[in-house]
Write a protein that binds this ligand. Structure first.
Ligand code: FE2
Length: 160
């Protein structure tokens, strides 16, 4: 059995595994774009004076569900029409960036804990069901319902 010390000591928050799957598909140039956007966004000063705990949970949940958006380009890139490939690659870069940003904010809001609370089991079960859907048409419908509908709903509530 081979293992690394990283595996033994690095806290591993579950949604990061899905972000890593998207990251693994990115080219070096695309990774540089994600890194640059993250650095640029995190350079903006932000400070949370109130409801740190509630916001921490909100961002942890957002990071958890946002990872399903990575699934759209990952699922459709292999058989995509060449004309659609550039758009799907841009989407992959965008969704990896969004997920990484939410996960990073969730981690910062939970400091000094080493990581945010575990993902919600009920949401994880739904996301796992969507990820494992073999039928492309049904999976596209589920992905749109959740990644468009659900995530937009969250933002709408957050904006109030
Ligand atoms: Fe997104």
């Amino acid at each position: 059995m081979s293992t690394t010390i990283d595996h033994l000591i690095t806290p591993h928050w579950a949604p990061l595994r899905n972000i890593e799957q998207g990251w693994a598909e990115l080219t070096e140039d695309e990774r540089a774009v994600v890194a640059e956007r993250l650095e640029h966004t995190l350079r903006q000063p932000w400070h949370v004076a109130h409801q740190r705990d509630a916001l921490g949970h909100f961002f942890a949940f957002l990071a958890q569900v946002e990872t399903i958006a990575i699934e759209v380009p990952l699922r459709f890139l292999p058989a995509a029409d060449p004309a659609a490939v550039p758009r799907l690659r841009r989407q992959l870069v965008d969704e990896v960036f969004h997920s990484a940003l939410f996960a990073r904010i969730a981690h910062e809001l939970h400091l000094p804990s080493s990581q945010p609370p575990p993902p919600l089991a009920s949401a994880e079960a739904l996301l796992a069901r969507i990820r494992s859907e073999p039928d492309p048409a049904l999976s596209a419908t589920l992905l749109n319902l959740v990644s468009e509908g659900w995530i937009e709903e969250l933002f709408e509530h957050a904006g109030r």
